[in-house]
Design a binder for this molecule. Structure first.
Ligand code: ADE
Length: 234
């Protein structure tokens, strides 16, 4: 079973979003396992101190290396340790796919100004960022990463074909979706219909139309992906 181990100072934030919808149902069905380790349990004094001011001065507090290390050693992860950090490699679908190949992952969530660099280096942590913005901690980022991983596990998605058609497969953004009613009366009295082809019953034509839509969207919105798509489909 795929296990995600989270090391955090805010264990109450979990399972959070991971306890709902697809990931939550899969968690209930024991398709994956979420193991939360409270770093504060490894504090050494009665005040449960986990951080200290940075050497060299400056704002904020830094999480102590000995405490993080004790939390890691106690939970003995036999997996790579991922450190959620805005300095890390930018997360994407390809990384999610590679992470679920492992039986387990350990995710360290930072808070405050950061974590002592020595512990990051010692455990050769893989730093991953979910984008170029700064969150108040790694917990939400860890949820993003784990959600993207868990839905790729076998038997998590109801319809297994869906992952093959969604965005970032084949470097194409996903085509637009429509459902009932076929004529939607908008709040300002407009009647908006759906593309006619979708009710034609011609599966092959629909497939082609969707591919064209996906290509047009990708070309317009994501020239970087469009370039990759064209390289791979020469
Ligand atoms: N922690 C704070 N900001 C982050 C980000 N953008 N990605 C991952 N972890 C973070």
């Amino acid at each position: 079973m795929f296990t995600a181990k989270i090391l955090t100072l805010f264990p109450a934030m979990f399972p959070g979003a991971l306890g709902h919808s697809l990931a939550g149902r899969a968690l209930q069905k024991s398709i994956w396992n979420l193991d939360i380790v409270d770093i504060r349990n490894f504090a050494k004094n009665k005040h449960k101190t986990v951080d200290a001011p940075p050497f060299g001065g400056g704002a904020g507090m830094v999480i102590k290396p000995d405490i993080v290390s004790d939390a890691i050693e106690a939970s003995k992860p036999h997996s790579k340790i991922i450190f959620m950090s805005p300095r890390g490699k930018k997360f994407n679908q390809k990384i999610a796919k590679s992470l679920v190949q492992d039986a387990s992952i350990t995710v360290l969530c930072g808070r405050y100004e950061g974590i002592d660099q020595r512990v990051i280096d010692y455990y050769q942590m893989e730093e991953i960022s979910i984008g170029d913005y700064v969150l108040s901690g790694g917990e939400v980022a860890a949820m993003v990463l784990i959600d993207a991983c868990v839905r790729l596990l076998p038997n998590v998605m109801g319809n297994c074909d869906t992952t093959n058609e969604e965005s970032f497969e084949n470097n194409l953004l996903e085509y637009p979706h429509y459902t009932r009613p076929a004529i939607w009366n908008t709040p300002d009295g407009e009647k908006i219909t759906i593309p006619e082809i979708l009710t034609s019953g011609h599966h092959k034509k629909i497939k082609n139309w969707r591919l064209e839509q996906a290509k047009n969207l990708t070309k317009a919105r994501r020239p970087d992906l469009w370039e990759k798509y064209n390289k791979n489909n020469k």
